[in-house]
Ligand binder design. Structure first.
Ligand SMILES: [Zn+2]
Length: 402
């Protein structure tokens, strides 16, 4: 099994030569991560994948059961058999994280259990981008609405927050143009109010992480994720299983790759960025629609015959093609995942975009790059932020008390 490895949430190599406690912690984390990412497995499968012996696996599973993080469940396919039913081990999805997404037009709060199970979600539409203070108020009222359910059924380990902008390692937003936020310690604000740890990150990086773990990128070690939202273009670059962070964690801003030096003004202050040239905002007036979501736009583009609209779609697809060819040459991914608005463009222009990523690098034979639309769709940005919140638990299952 080929697991994407991300920082502390990684299924750590089980047998590093350090003290027994450290090895045990790593092994607990490896087993819990495996179950979190892949769902129910037998003890034998856990042993085969982690390369730990039977008695070690039995001990680790027992400890995880005592910690209330995993549970036994009837094995799939064991129904109807005579004798004692086989039991698999599955992550206990009552162990949960709050998943929060900040967008200019909405604040979404979800409760997501281990294994990527979305238990509940609440979307609060906003007339204009909320200030950081207002944003925290909206999150708190959403959590309050879920409070009775949470108290009765779940153990919450923390919260993860996705922001369309540059977020540093401390969870402070440097700049988030769609929200008009600048230099705000938003994770700390939210953590103070919620009384639990909050980890914040860039929405596209979070999308890349979620697709790599639970979606179309599962098992892919070199993945390029582009898109993320309907109104901005972010990127997430996974190289050799690790999310590329760059200086201060700001790598992957693929939306601000310049594709036309004489083009349109971008929110970042430069001219002709991919995000400015390939934009739903340029298409909506031609369609006579506003605030289209991904599903609605799929329907619109599926039936449109208007030549002006089709010409604008074709222009944007052409620009996107140029950017994709450049990205393939720069990063040499196995798979490119397009999400949000770019996923809609892929659905109507698969042939042209596939051609753009069919590269012939110098001296090498032609190599096909898989081009996929994000699979998780509306669940992507619910599962993704929760992954940030689960990271500490997966790294050290005995050290985190929900
Ligand atoms: Zn820009």
């Amino acid at each position: 099994m080929n697991l994407p490895v991300f920082e502390t949430a990684a299924a750590a190599p089980p047998a590093q030569r350090t003290t027994n406690d450290v090895i045990r912690q790593q092994n607990l984390g490896a087993v819990l991560s495996l179950l979190h990412l892949h769902g129910a497995l037998s003890r034998a499968q856990l042993g085969a994948t982690t390369r730990l012996n039977r008695s070690t696996v039995t001990g680790l599973v027992m400890e995880l059961i005592e910690l209330g993080l995993v549970r036994e469940a009837p094995a799939t396919g064991s129904n109807g058999r005579v004798g004692r039913p086989t039991l698999d081990i599955e992550p206990d999805d009552r162990v949960a994280a709050l998943s929060v997404r900040a967008e200019p037009q909405a604040v979404t709060v979800a409760l997501v259990g281990l294994g990527g199970v979305v238990h509940a979600r609440l979307r609060h539409d906003t007339a204009s981008p909320p200030s950081p203070r207002r944003f925290v108020q909206i999150v708190m009222s959403s959590v309050e609405a879920m409070r009775a359910d949470i108290d009765r059924h779940y153990r919450v380990v923390g919260a993860g927050l996705a922001v369309p902008g540059l977020v540093n390692a401390n969870g402070s937003v440097l700049i988030a143009p769609p929200l008009q936020w600048q230099r705000d310690p938003v994770a700390a604000r939210l953590s103070d109010e919620l009384g639990m740890p909050v980890v914040a990150g860039n929405d596209a990086s979070i999308g890349a992480l979620a697709e790599a773990r639970f979606g179309v990128g599962r098992g892919v070690t070199n993945l390029l994720y582009i898109g993320g939202a309907m109104r901005s273009i972010g990127g997430g670059v996974i190289i050799d299983g690790t999310l590329l962070r760059g200086t201060s964690g700001y790598a992957g801003e693929l939306g601000h790759t310049v594709v036309d030096p004489r083009g349109r003004r971008c929110v970042c202050g430069r001219t002709g960025c991919l995000e400015a040239e390939v934009s739903l905002a340029l298409l909506e007036p031609l369609l006579g629609r506003r605030k289209l979501d991904e599903d609605e736009l799929d329907v619109e583009l599926g039936v449109v015959r208007d030549s002006v609209v089709m010409a604008e779609v074709a222009r944007q697809v052409e620009v996107l093609s140029i950017a994709l060819t450049n990205f393939v040459n720069a990063f040499s991914p196995e798979t490119i995942v397009l999400s949000g608005y770019l996923g809609c463009l892929l659905s109507v222009s698969r042939e042209r975009l596939a051609e753009a990523v069919r590269v012939q690098p110098l001296g090498a034979e032609g190599r096909a790059v898989r081009l996929e639309r994000a699979h998780l769709r509306s669940r992507l940005m619910l599962i993704g932020p929760a992954e940030l919140a689960f990271a500490d638990l997966l790294a050290n299952p005995a050290g985190v008390r929900p």
